[in-house]
Design a protein around this ligand. Structure first.
Ligand SMILES: [Zn+2]
Length: 71
C-alpha cells in the first residue's frame, strides 16, 4: 500500500491525495479520478489517474540499499 500522489498544477510540487492504494489496483482503475485539497496553495485540484502515481517509499529504499556493491 502507498499514498496516491499528484502534482499541484499551480506549483508543480507533489502533494498527497489522502487516498491509499496498491500499485496493481491503482493501475487497473482506468477511469479513476479525484479532487484533492492542496496543502500548498489551499485550493481544490481536480486530477486524473494518468497524472498520479503511488508513493511506496519503503519498497524503493530497500531496493536502492540492496543494489549497492560491498566493495
Ligand atoms: Zn496546489
Amino acid at each position: 500500500m502507498g499514498m496516491i500522489m499528484v502534482n499541484c498544477p499551480q506549483t508543480g510540487r507533489a502533494i498527497p491525495t489522502g487516498i491509499k492504494s496498491d500499485r496493481e489496483t491503482f493501475l487497473r482503475s482506468i477511469v479513476f479520478f479525484g479532487n484533492t485539497r492542496c496543502p500548498i496553495c489551499e485550493a481544490n485540484h481536480n486530477w486524473f489517474a494518468r497524472e498520479a502515481w503511488v508513493d511506496e517509499p519503503f519498497v524503493r529504499t530497500s531496493d536502492v540499499l540492496g543494489a549497492i556493491p560491498s566493495c
